[in-house]
Design a protein around this ligand. Structure first.
Ligand SMILES: Nc1nc2c(ncn2[C@@H]2O[C@H](COP(=O)(O)OP(=O)(O)OP(=O)(O)O)[C@@H](O)[C@H]2O)c(=O)[nH]1
Ligand SMILES: [Mg+2]
Length: 395
């Protein structure tokens, strides 16, 4: 009876590479006698280039290939892939590789052998003898920078490679890893260093084996180096704080803060839209300030909904569809609209129409009425939309 190693290949638009990668992986079977290879392609639901069709046609000829569709994010692809393997394939070793042909597939042989030697985690590494990194200069700087930073902040010092997916581990180790703490659902590559960290906390005995990393064969990179840097730094700080006993979920907060920053920018644009229409309604149509504010805000609401849905909260999986969200967003924003209208009404009743001279120019009171409404309305909007409209689906 042969032992089985399952290899997860996460894909996101890899039609140009997936077939060759699968072939190369199966070719390694001859160098790991006693093992049978099974492949799980974990294809991102956003993949639209026909990766799925290619894999499905390969599956017809080869039952050792499996296919799952997964939610966005590299971490989701990897973790769901391993979960699938554990549920359906009774693997002896879990492995994972990039699907774009960048890693020379023979690393798999080294990975499997390390597990056979008794290690519970094998790491494909560009940092040890025999390993190579053929990326562009900028990307190499990132690889080195991330490595040094993670060794210092997260540890352990003796692991060089933290940012590559080429790894193998035992099912026992995988089951011990605290997936609730691992930010694997975040659509960022942080899962690579974070998984390593959690594996070590779970008691992994590790070994690095040489990995040769080329430039990708075809297709385009999904690695957003800037975002990745942000995440590596905040994750590193998070783990360091935790090791000092400061449990403030720094990584989580700074990732959420990204959302808050985006929401703030949308709010800013919306406020400009609101203000422009508010002034047009007052000056060109002679509409009273409070009424003008009501109409201009509704226009801004629609503007903000579109921006938030397709940008700020783009990756949020919610239980509601877009029309329900638009409805909820509108109801929620009506709260903000009401707050705005009441404030303008109150100020208008109290102070009336008038002008102040600012830098030699007369500025209408209604401008100030408008600006007073911004902070309370923003606060209301963010809180409620965060908690209600784009409420994360619970699992
Ligand atoms: N399922 C899934 N797979 C992904 C996602 N992002 C990347 N991948 C796959 O993960 C692997 C690594 O992604 P790459 O874009 O090659 O990242 P990289 O190797 O750091 O960048 P390059 O050097 O430019 O290729 C590839 O097989 C991708 O198709 C994702 O969001 N979901
Ligand atoms: Mg790649």
């Amino acid at each position: 009876m042969k032992k089985r190693v399952t290899v997860v290949l996460p894909t996101y638009n890899e039609k140009a590479n997936i077939e060759r990668t699968i072939e190369k992986v199966f070719e390694q079977e001859k160098d790991i006698p006693g093992f049978e290879i099974n492949i799980i392609v974990a294809d991102d639901i956003r993949s639209s280039d026909g990766t799925e069709q290619i894999v499905r046609s390969l599956i017809k000829k080869n039952k050792k290939i499996h296919f799952i569709k997964v939610e966005p994010g590299l971490g989701v692809g990897l973790i769901e892939g391993h979960k699938y393997a554990l549920e359906h394939l009774s693997p002896d070793i879990l492995a994972q590789l990039d699907a774009d042909g960048q890693v020379i597939a023979d690393v798999l042989v080294g990975l499997v052998k390390a597990i056979e030697e008794g290690y519970s985690l094998a790491i494909g590494s560009r940092f040890i003898k025999g390993g190579k990194n053929h990326l562009s200069f900028i990307r190499r700087i990132f690889t080195y920078g991330a490595s040094i930073f993670c060794r210092l902040m997260i540890g352990p010092w003796d692991i060089g490679e933290v940012t590559n997916s080429a790894r193998a581990f035992t099912p026992e180790l995988f089951r011990k890893i605290n997936l609730n703490r691992l930010p694997w659902r975040e659509p960022t590559f942080i899962v690579q260093p974070a998984f390593l960290h959690e594996a070590i906390l779970a008691g992994a005995e590790y070994k690095e084996v040489p990995l040769i990393f080329k430039n990708r064969l075809e297709g385009y990179s999904k690695n957003k180096v800037f975002n990745y840097t942000y995440d590596v730094i905040t994750y590193g700080i998070d783990t360091r704080l935790n090791s000092w006993g400061v449990h403030i979920r720094f990584f989580h907060i700074t990732r959420r803060a990204k959302t808050l920053v985006k929401f703030g920018l949308v709010g800013f644009v919306g406020t400009l839209v609101d203000f422009v229409f508010y002034k047009i309604f007052i000056n060109s149509f002679g509409i009273a300030p409070a009424t003008a504010k009501g109409f201009s805000t509704e226009i801004a609401i629609i503007n903000n909904f579109i921006l938030n849905n397709y940008w700020t909260f783009r990756y949020r999986r919610t239980k509601t569809n877009i029309w329900q969200k638009l409805g909820i967003f509108n109801i929620v924003s009506l709260g903000g609209l009401l707050i705005g209208v009441l404030i303008v009404k109150y100020l208008h009743l109290t102070y009336g129409d008038g002008f102040v001279n600012l830098f030699g120019r007369p500025i209408a009171y209604n401008n100030f009425y408008f600006f007073v409404t911004i902070p309370p309305v923003m606060l209301w909007n963010f809180t409620i939309n965060h908690l209600v409209t784009w409420r994360r689906e619970e699992n």
